[in-house]
Design a protein around this ligand. Structure first.
Ligand SMILES: [Zn+2]
Length: 274
């Protein structure tokens, strides 16, 4: 494992999850020359009590595709219904196939702690799909050739920066998304059905405003630097994913990425077991 491909994969459970917590960083990676890929795992068939399942599924798919198009990201269609992202063999084989097709070197994925299971199970499935990318005896669905590139995994913040037990989640890494905030807002704004529904129930433009607030909350962790908006991440262990304990996101983003805990957390000295 040593090849570094300039490909980034951002994956969330629902059609706007990437836009809420990872899109700014994906834009920065795209600007740095990475080929951006986006996926939402569920079809979002339960996101309306008025429209039919088929209709809301169609609308949300179109919104997600429009958002991906804003940054010319390659969009990967959903594979399962809402609430059914279970950590199971069927989904693991399907997501492994997608990882093997994309061969990403950077993966942005949900937090392992969040308020709902679709999010956390997506995180777990993507972790194992990346882990199994090189295992020749693990069959993906559809069958895809194993790949052996190094891959670096970054867990995004949970919804509203809190886990399911209301605890504020403090990220290790902060990406300065201030220069690309307009693009992130444009992408999130593509999800008009959600925006309309939440605006009606929670107040005018709350959908976009709450994303602004959570991004500002992350920027505040950086201190007095002029960063207005940031996205927070925690990097997954490198064991099974890359030859060395390295932070590729920091290498690519340079001074636009701040590591809050680098001084207090020494790198693991043991190598990859494979
Ligand atoms: Zn979600």
């Amino acid at each position: 494992m040593n090849e570094t491909r300039r490909t980034a994969f951002a994956v969330g459970a629902h059609p706007d999850d990437v836009e809420l917590n990872m899109a700014g960083t994906l834009v920065l990676l795209a600007q740095a020359g990475f080929e951006p890929h986006m996926m939402n795992v569920t079809r979002s068939n339960l996101d309306s009590n008025e429209l039919s399942e088929a209709e809301i599924t169609r609308i949300r798919r179109a919104e997600a595709e429009r958002s991906a198009k804003v940054i010319d990201a390659i969009y990967h269609p959903p594979i399962v219904d809402d609430l059914l992202i279970l950590y199971n063999e069927t989904l693991l084989r399907k997501i492994t196939a997608i990882v093997r097709e994309i061969r990403p070197s950077i993966v942005l994925l949900p937090s392992l702690n969040d308020y709902m299971e679709d999010h956390t199970n997506t995180a777990r499935l993507v972790v194992t799909a990346c882990f199994s990318r090189a295992m020749r005896h693990f069959q993906s669905d559809p069958p895809r050739e194993p790949t052996d590139q190094d891959v670096y995994l970054y867990h995004a913040q949970p919804h509203l920066n809190r886990d399911g037990m209301r605890n504020f989640v403090v990220p290790d890494l902060l990406a300065n998304i201030t220069p690309v905030m307009a693009t992130k807002l444009e992408m999130l704004g593509c999800h008009e059905s959600q925006r309309q529904w939440l605006d009606e129930t929670q107040g005018l433009d709350d959908y976009l405003e709450s994303m602004r607030r959570t991004s500002a909350e992350m920027a505040a962790l950086r201190g007095q630097t002029g960063w207005q908006f940031a996205e927070g991440f925690r990097q997954h262990s490198h064991i099974g994913f890359s030859n060395r304990d390295h932070d590729l996101l920091a290498e690519v983003l340079g001074d636009q990425l701040f590591n809050r805990s680098a001084a207090s957390r020494p790198l693991l000295s043991v190598g990859c077991r494979r």
